[in-house]
Design a protein around this ligand. Structure first.
Ligand code: TXA
Ligand code: MG
Length: 341
C-alpha cells in the first residue's frame, strides 16, 4: 500500500508533530543522520517503522528524548556514572543502554530488557521532540542494510512511497550514527563507535570496547543485535585497503583483468586525488580531518551507486577518535573485505 511521501521544511514542523501524535512515522534530521521516528509508547506506531525500513524485528530502536526529566519514566534506574555521562555528553551523539521500564513496548527493544536512550544535539530535532512531548523511537531512516541518510533526499531515495513525511533540515552534521554504550555492565561497553569517542568517554568512566567493533568478521553473537546484519552497503562492491602503501595497492588491484570492463572508483583524501589517474575519485576531504570524511562517507557511498560504479576502493583510516567509527562502518560496508598493503 503505497503512500504519498511529502517533504516539508522547518516552518511546517506542526505537520510532523501532528502525524507523530496520530501514531504515524516521520523522518527527521538529527546531528548524526536522519531518523525515522514514531511514538515509542505506541507499539502499532513503532511497527510501522519496522515495516517501512524492512528491519528485522530483533533489532532494537533508540528512543529519543528532549529532556533529562523524561529518563526516570522510561528506565528502571541508573547510577551516578550514567548521570555524569548525561551531564557531559547530552545533548549529543551518545546512546545509553539502560534497564528498560515496563512502559516501553517490547517491539522497541526487540524483546531485550534494556533500552537505548539519546538526546540529539540538533535544534530542529529538539524542537520537534519538545512539541510532540513523547519519547520518539527512531532508527536511521534508510532501508535496512543501505547507508544511513545524511540528507532528506537520501531518505526519499529509500523510503518514497513507504512513509508519509520527511522533515527536511538540510544535511546532518556528524554523518555517522551515535555511539552506543551499554551501561548495564561494568566497565561500560561501547557496542557501536560514533561521534562521542572512546577517548572522551574514558575521561569520565571506565570503558571497554566490544570485540565486534574492531573485529574483521561478522561475529556470531554480538551484544548489539544490529551488528550482525549487513550494513551501510551500496550496490557497488566496496574494497577497504589499509597499510603503508595504500594508493599503490589500489592502483595495482584496479588494473587487474577482473576490473577491466568495469567502472571503478576510489574514496580518498583530497591530497591523494591526483594519485588515481584511471579511477573516479570521490573526495573524503583533507587527510588531517577525519570528521569531514565522516560527514561525507554515506553520501559518497550513495553517490558511487548513482554514478553507477561497479566497485569502489576505500583508503583506510587510523582507528582513533572518529576514525574508529569510520573504520567500523567501512569494514561492514566492505563485507569485511579488507586488503593489507
Ligand atoms: O545516531 C543515531 O543513533 C541514529 C539517529 C537517528 O539517532 N539512530 C540510529 O539508529 O543509528 P539505528 O537503529 O540505525 O541503530 C541503533 C543501533 C543498532 O545497532 C541496535 O542494534 C543498537 O543500536 N541498539 C539499540 N538498542 C539496543 C539495546 N537495547 N541493546 C543493544 N543494542 C541496541
Ligand atoms: Mg541504522
Amino acid at each position: 500500500m503505497a503512500v504519498e511521501t511529502r517533504i516539508i521544511h522547518p516552518d511546517q514542523l506542526e505537520q510532523a508533530v501532528s502525524l507523530l501524535r496520530q501514531g504515524e512515522c516521520v523522518a527527521f534530521p538529527t546531528e548524526t543522520v536522519y531518523g525515522l521516528g514514531a511514538d515509542a509508547l505506541n507499539a502499532e506506531a513503532v511497527a510501522k517503522i519496522f515495516a517501512a525500513k524492512q528491519r528485522p524485528a530483533d533489532n532494537p530502536l533508540i528512543v529519543h528524548i528532549h529532556s533529562r526529566e523524561q529518563v526516570a519514566g522510561l528506565v528502571k534506574g541508573y547510577g551516578q556514572s550514567v548521570e555524569i555521562l548525561m551531564e557531559q555528553f547530552w545533548p549529543g551523539p551518545l546512546s545509553l543502554i539502560l534497564p528498560k521500564g515496563d512502559i516501553i513496548p517490547e517491539i522497541v527493544s526487540g524483546g531485550l530488557d534494556t533500552v537505548a536512550l539519546r538526546m540529539p544535539d540538533h535544534d530542529l530535532a529538539l524542537k520537534l521532540l519538545k512539541k510532540v512531548d513523547l519519547p520518539i523511537a527512531a532508527p536511521s531512516a534508510n532501508l535496512s542494510g543501505s547507508p544511513s541518510p545524511t540528507r532528506a533526499e537520501h531518505v526519499y531515495q529509500d523510503l518514497n512511497g513507504r512513509i508519509p513525511l520527511i522533515l527536511d533540515g538540510g544535511p546532518t552534521g556528524w554523518g555517522v550514527e551515535s555511539t552506543v554504550l551499554d551501561c548495564t555492565c561494568w566497565p561500560f561497553r561501547v557496542l557501536r563507535p560514533g561521534g562521542v569517542t572512546v577517548e572522551q568517554l574514558q575521561q569520565f568512566v571506565p570503558i571497554e570496547v566490544d570485540s565486534s567493533v574492531t573485529g574483521n568478521s561478522a561475529v556470531e553473537q554480538p551484544r548489539s543485535p544490529g551488528m550482525k546484519y549487513k550494513h551501510y552497503s551500496p550496490r557497488a562492491d566496496v574494497i577497504l585497503v589499509v597499510g603503508n602503501r595504500v594508493p599503490e595497492k589500489i592502483n595495482q588491484l584496479a588494473s587487474q583483468p577482473q576490473y577491466a570492463d568495469l567502472n571503478i572508483g576510489v574514496l580518498a583524501p583530497s591530497e591523494h586525488a591526483d594519485l588515481y589517474p584511471n579511477l573516479t575519485v570521490l573526495d573524503l576531504g583533507p587527510r588531517s580531518q577525519p570528521k569531514i570524511a565522516a560527514s561525507r562517507l554515506y553520501h559518497l557511498l550513495r553517490t558511487a551507486d548513482q554514478i553507477r560504479l561497479d566497485a569502489v576502493f576505500v583508503e583506510g583510516f587510523a582507528e582513533e577518535d572518529v576514525g574508529l567509527a569510520i573504520m567500523n562502518r567501512l569494514r561492514r560496508a566492505a563485507g569485511y573485505k579488507v586488503v593489507q598493503s
